[in-house]
Design a protein around this ligand. Structure first.
Ligand code: BJW
Ligand code: ZN
Length: 259
């Protein structure tokens, strides 16, 4: 499938210095990780608003832990896809490409992106609500309840639930990256969960050219400078190929001026 890019985007790609990617569940969909919402979302029977909160966890720790266990098993069995890899390729082309992700699946790091700001935590980490100890996989299940091996307290995944603050370091770094971007790519997110969803418009207001990549329009689409309708696994490799072409041409032209 060929992807159409405007001349405006091509000339931006040629001259940009700071490119930043902002990703949501859609970039991992082609790896086999289900999204939350949208056509491919398979958690419709269990809406994230009903499971991803402290109230839900305290009401039924086994149910919420079970949801995360199921998702952890999926995530551990899949691989990064062409979309994740294209961002790594563009990182090399642009001399850096911070990835701000809402995903907890680690796939950007596994693909090789070197700067990843995780806004909503990471499913590989857990911590005890009573003693604060961090835990990896070493969590006891007592009648389905995740229990701390040190103190017997309740263990939760180290992710950000509704009503909780985002990790300060990741948020500050993301605000800074978005505010300094020349080109901001919003990829595979429904753009409805705040404060993460404010980043594309923050980037645009700070002067970035805003590109959205998604098979479906979202509330962000009307504000995007360019909407590339399609899947991340198709559009991002095509964008990387275009960047390679125009940056290659740009450096050859530059070379002509410097004998
Ligand atoms: C493809 C594709 C392909 C498919 N290629 N694309 C009222 C108004 C405004 C805000 C609020 C409000 N009431 C409450 C709030 C605040 C709340 C919020 O935003 N709620 C909204 C839902 C209304 N936010 C919070 O509570 C946040 N904290 C906060 O605000 O703190 C301040 C505060 C403190 C105290 C009290 C009150 C406020 C925290 C939000 C945490 C969100 N956590 C989750 C779970 C994380 C852990 C986990 O994974 O389990 O984060 S919820 C879930 O949604 C997850 C995701 O990161 C997040 C966003 O979802 P995402 O990534 O966009 O996925 P989808 O499924 O929605 O979209 C996928 C997209 O991909 C679709 O568009 C597809 O088309 C597309 N796609 N295939 C490319 N191949
Ligand atoms: Zn403990």
């Amino acid at each position: 499938m060929s992807v159409h890019f405007s001349d405006r985007l091509s000339s931006r790609l040629r001259s940009v210095q700071a490119v930043v990617a902002f990703t949501g569940a859609g970039i991992s969909a082609e790896s086999g990780v289900p999204t939350f919402r949208g056509k491919e979302g398979i958690w419709k029977a269990m809406r994230p608003e009903e499971l991803a909160s402290m109230d839900a966890f305290l009401r039924d720790p086994s149910l919420v832990w079970g949801w995360y266990s199921q998702r952890r098993a999926i995530i551990q069995s899949v691989q990064p896809n062409d979309g994740h890899r294209a961002l790594v390729e563009m990182e090399a082309l642009f001399g850096g490409l911070p990835v701000i992700t809402q995903n907890i699946d680690n796939l950007h790091r596994r693909a090789g992106s070197s700067t990843v700001h995780e806004l909503h935590g990471n499913i590989e980490r857990n911590y005890c609500l009573r003693c604060g100890a961090m835990a990896g996989a070493e969590v006891l299940l007592k009648e389905g309840r995740p229990t701390c091996v040190r103190c017997g307290g309740l263990v939760r995944p180290d992710v950000v639930w509704f009503g909780e603050l985002l990790p300060e370091d990741a948020w500050d770094a993301s605000l800074h990256a978005a505010g300094s971007a020349d080109l901001f790519l919003s990829i595979g997110t429904s753009g409805i969960v705040y404060p993460a969803a404010s980043l594309p418009l923050h980037a645009k207001r700070s002067g970035a050219f805003l590109v959205e990549i998604n098979p479906e329009p979202t509330p962000l689409t009307s504000s995007a400078d360019e909407f590339l309708q399609g899947s991340a696994g198709t559009v991002l490799p095509a964008l990387a190929a275009l960047a390679r072409r125009v940056r290659g041409e740009a450096s050859e032209e530059g070379g002509k001026n410097h004998p």
